[in-house]
Design a protein around this ligand. Structure first.
Ligand code: ARG
Length: 468
């Protein structure tokens, strides 16, 4: 029993027996919150400096504690820091390791609870993770832009309902994903900003009677605005139970995962024998154990699969928080695995996509054959009639007739004899077949956001010159 009380120095005092072995296993979080070690150390450094500033620690005690924390961080980096399951979580593990080195660390928990401590550690984690994901998103955007630049002149059918619709360049298609990923980047920047408020000093629920300085601690951890002023959470009860940043991070990850999944799906389709638009790199495809000819796009399929996982993580968090009364409830310990998982899996997916893009090749012959389908420019024929003064509805109807007629005669639309065409609409002159010139069709789409080559080139330049 005494051994337990000594080991469980943080809360053992009130208990006459220790938790059962099963409860220890059930209640521990060190198996996953050990990922917070660097942030917990940072939080402890700020706490020590703040306590010295307000006179609770002497300058010597503070110096000794800071040196102790440096030593712990070194061990952490070297991989030699040992964690104990019976100490439950990262906070108690670090505090215990510190107290063993520096007896004065018995004062470190003054005016602090694990409730505001974990909230603080996680806010530091989110600031780090959001910036890291933003960097990965930039790398994906760069890979997309390189690929787009190489394929500005490669045209393919664009699809709606997975039916051939109108021609676009591969560059225009991929620039759509740059838009998505750069919106994702903005969402992660917002997450970093929303995380940037210090909850430290909120205590368990209602702060503390002791002389702490929240402002000082916040500044020591970098919870500051652009002018260097501390940003402090305003309500202690909200501060220890708020999980909005977790939800926002998981939501931003889920939305980004969804964009990745759509890109993966496009590549999976393009990689089929039926489409044959793209060759994925050997390094990111795998073979079949039975069928020797197979080269499967597993990397892209895994991204599609992992995007489901990212959505699941968001849903787990939403459901967890939904019915909780204020303030902290132990349910909230389960909030960490989903966000760590989202961070790790999303980071991996982004890295994989960037490398797949760098190693992929469009099959220009197959793209050219697909985009030669004259039906892709049926809308341009309607536009031709509009330019000849025909109301759009009438033009649309007439072109529908042309398409049906060509089909009935078994000829491609652009090979429909002029007499047949003119019988359907007299405003179709001999030059109507010029409509089917692909380069002309593309050059006719140069208004903002359209797939004209100049537009596309300027979009590429716009994104390449973006602020980071
Ligand atoms: N490991 C705990 C968690 O992650 C830390 C907070 C514990 N607070 C408490 N009142 N038991 O939620």
């Amino acid at each position: 029993m005494e051994a337990f009380k000594q080991e469980q120095a943080t809360w053992g005092g009130r208990f006459s027996s220790g938790p059962s072995e099963l409860m220890l296993q059930f209640g521990e979080s060190i198996s996953f919150d050990s990922k917070l070690a660097v942030f917990d150390i940072a939080c402890n450094r700020a706490q020590a400096k703040m306590l010295a500033h307000t006179g609770i620690l002497t300058a010597e005690e503070c110096t000794a504690i800071l040196a102790g924390l440096d030593g712990i961080e070194e061990e952490l980096r070297a991989g030699t820091l040992k964690f104990s399951l019976s100490l439950e979580d990262i906070h108690m593990n670090i505090e215990q390791a510190l107290t063993k080195r520096v007896p004065a660390a018995a004062k470190i928990h003054t005016g602090r609870s694990r409730n505001d401590q974990v909230a603080t550690d996680m806010r530091l984690f989110f600031k780090h993770a959001a910036v890291s994901v933003a960097k990965s998103l930039d790398a994906v955007a760069d890979a997309l832009l390189d690929f787009a630049e190489k394929n500005q002149k490669v045209y393919i059918p664009g699809y709606t309902h997975l039916q051939r619709a109108q021609p676009v360049s591969v560059a225009h298609h991929l620039l759509a994903y740059v838009e998505m990923f750069m919106r994702d980047r903005g969402r992660f920047e917002t997450v970093a900003d929303h995380a940037n408020w210090s909850p430290l000093g909120s205590g368990a629920i209602a702060g503390t009677t002791l002389p702490i300085d929240r402002d000082f601690a916040a500044r020591a951890m970098g919870f500051v605005d652009a002018g260097g002023n501390a940003r402090l959470t305003r309500n202690s009860m909200d501060a220890v139970s708020d999980r909005d940043t977790y939800l926002e991070f998981a939501a931003a990850s889920a939305i980004c995962g969804l964009h990745l999944s759509r890109l993966a799906e496009d590549f999976i389709l393009w990689n089929t024998s039926e489409f044959g638009f793209i060759v994925l790199p050997d390094a990111f495809t795998t073979g079949s154990s039975l069928m020797p000819q197979k080269k499967n796009p597993d990397s892209m399929e895994l991204i599609r699969g992992k995007s489901a996982r990212l959505q699941g993580n968001l849903l787990a968090l939403l459901t967890m928080v939904k019915g909780l009364p204020l303030t902290y409830n132990r349910d909230l310990q389960e909030d960490k695995p989903p966000v760590f998982d989202s961070f790790e899996q999303l980071s991996l997916c982004l890295e994989v996509v960037a490398q797949v893009l760098a190693g992929s090749q469009m099959r220009e012959d197959r793209c050219a054959a697909a985009v030669a389908d004259p039906l892709l420019l049926a809308t341009d024929v309607a536009d031709y009639l509009v330019r000849a003064g025909v109301p759009f509805r009438e033009a649309h109807h007439a072109v529908g007739h042309l398409v049906a007629k060509a089909e009935a005669l078994g000829v491609p639309l652009d090979k429909l004899p002029l007499e047949e065409a003119q019988a359907i609409h007299p405003k179709l002159a001999a030059d109507w077949v010029k409509t089917f010139d692909l380069e002309t069709a593309m050059r006719s789409r140069e208004k903002p956001g359209m797939p004209g080559p100049e537009q596309v080139a300027s979009q590429i330049a716009f994104w390449k010159n973006r602020k980071r």
